[in-house]
Design a protein around this ligand. Structure first.
Ligand code: SAH
Ligand code: MG
Length: 197
């Protein structure tokens, strides 16, 4: 475990050096506590990056199995290296592809959406059939570094304004989706938890 701790620090350092947006500490704490409390066994993650969140989720409970999708080759290869370093190849399956090209049959206890922020509705609709009844879809970055709470005129670029609009659309979508009970948490960079009824 002491070895794990320093390896995790190295992954976080790599993410910082290479501008890779891994989940913030509060978000990871929430996610891992949720996995323990709800006895989550199977997880589908959209957006592996370098494997940080997948590894943290796997380490919290030896019964957890994760499938995680990443479309960026360099990040995928780095994730593969990290998963091997933690000896977690048997519990973390990495898929190198655009999530929109991936068809899965399995049903999961938890789907963690942490990929392109403008596409969350599409990811939700594409993978919800892979969620068990009573399972949860958790989405990260609903505050998007605080920009979602800002007035449009205070957001510096057009692209960022468009992205913020998409995130707001996703929030409305979750609120009006009666097949799920959704809670929004002011944790980390903003998290939603949608439980499938
Ligand atoms: N979950 C990671 C961080 C993911 S960052 C962690 O907390 O450690 C988001 C990642 O999603 C990026 O690496 C990006 O390449 C990937 N991504 C974005 N859109 C995607 C898509 N359509 N399919 C697969 N991966 C995607
Ligand atoms: Mg994130």
């Amino acid at each position: 475990m002491v070895g794990n701790y320093s390896m995790i620090r190295e992954i976080k350092e790599y993410a910082k050096q290479n501008n890779i947006p891994i989940m913030v500490d509060d978000g990871i704490d929430f996610l891992t506590t949720f996995i323990l409390k709800k006895h989550v066994r199977s997880i589908l993650e959209i957006g592996t990056a370098i494997g940080y969140s997948a590894i943290m989720m796997a380490l919290v409970d030896p019964n957890v199995k994760i499938t995680s999708i990443e479309r960026d080759e360099k990040r995928y290869l780095e994730a593969l290296k990290n998963v091997k370093a933690f000896d977690l190849e048997d519990r973390i399956t990495l898929i190198y592809n655009d999530a929109f090209n991936v068809k899965l049959e399995e049903e999961y206890d938890l789907i963690f959406i942490d990929a392109a922020k403008a596409q969350s509705i599409k990811f939700f609709e594409m993978f919800e059939h892979n969620l068990k009844t009573g399972g949860a879809i958790i989405t990260d970055n609903l505050k998007f570094h605080g920009f979602v709470e800002k007035k449009e005129c205070d957001i510096p670029s057009k692209n960022l304004r468009a992205l913020v609009r998409k995130i707001k659309d996703y929030i409305s979508y979750l609120k009006s989706n009666s097949r799920y009970d959704t809670e929004f948490l002011d944790v980390g960079d903003g998290i939603s938890i949608s439980i499938k009824k």
